[in-house]
Write a new protein. Structure first.
Length: 285
């Protein structure tokens, strides 16, 4: 569900480039739109794309032909341990991928393992449950958009259409330190570009869901919704928006770990990252 014309790829590259010193890893890289955006800002770094689709990786390889630094494409299932050495990456990126994993926390454990101390994880995801499409009536539009957000498509192991809004909490509960969460709104008043592609994806996915007996919206309703969207465009009233969230976290540096290991606890004792406590001077002493 990622196209090269989405503005999120540029923003991910902007967030990654200052920390991209030697290696950037993209998890679920698809055809490489995010890596290509990183290449424009950090042309010398090593780019590693990981995806379980060989065809997607073939396209990514072509997209990165002009990159000055080394490039590597790896076929792997992100439910398994990442095929990367410990502390080998400066930046780990992922866009619209983590919702497909039944256990996203397990992936974040792996991300923490492969990041160097001080390295950054930049995880982004569209919140599909927040899409706005002008055209159809309220009831039909809600049912279509929610059905798409909830649909576990044939190529997915899992789906969570509200993943975008959950990224911050997922990272906060991981071994990484959450740095920031920011929204990125993509919108259009023209039935073209990314808006047209996303609406086409909705139509295709829900028609496929109906054929496979997992749909909450029947094919006639899907086509009625699509016709209403096209009519809105013909009348000049088309509108589309989707909200993505970008969460940034980092693996603490050795200096930060030492600092945290000896930070004062609220009860006047010193807390340690291992959960034990040592005696410390109380505030009343």
């Amino acid at each position: 569900m990622s196209e090269s014309n989405e503005p999120v790829h540029t923003r991910l590259a902007e967030l990654a480039a200052p920390y991209a010193r030697s290696q950037v890893v993209d998890l679920g890289c698809g055809a490489g739109p995010t890596l290509r955006a990183v290449s424009k800002l950090a042309p010398e770094v090593s780019l590693v794309g990981i995806d379980r689709s060989e065809e997607s990786l073939r396209r990514a390889r072509i997209a990165l032909t002009k990159h000055s630094g080394p490039t590597t494409e790896i076929v792997a299932d992100l439910s398994d341990p990442l095929p990367c050495a410990d502390a080998s990456a400066d930046v780990v990126l992922s866009y619209n991928t983590i919702e497909c994993l039944p256990d996203p926390h397990r992936l974040l454990l792996e991300v923490a393992r492969v990041l160097r101390p001080g390295g950054r994880a930049i995880m982004a995801h569209v919140d599909f449950d927040s899409m706005v499409v002008a055209g159809a009536g309220t009831d039909l539009d809600r049912r279509v958009c929610h059905a798409f957000a909830d649909d576990v498509q044939g190529w997915m192991d899992h789906a969570d259409g509200r993943m975008g809004r959950k990224l911050g909490m997922l990272l906060a509960r991981s071994p990484l330190t959450l740095v920031s969460v920011e929204p990125l709104l993509a919108w259009s008043t023209e039935f073209s570009g990314h808006a047209k592609e996303r609406i086409g994806q909705i139509r295709k996915a829900l028609l496929s869901a109906a054929r496979h007996g997992r749909a909450s919206v029947d094919p006639a309703e899907v086509e009625a919704w699509f016709a209403a969207v096209c009519e809105a465009d013909r009348l000049g009233g088309f509108f589309f928006s989707e909200l993505a969230f970008i969460a940034v976290a980092e693996r603490p540096s050795e200096e930060q770990l030492i600092s945290e290991d000896t930070r004062p606890a609220r009860d006047g004792r010193v807390s340690r990252r291992d959960g034990n406590q040592a005696s410390g001077r109380s505030a009343a002493a």
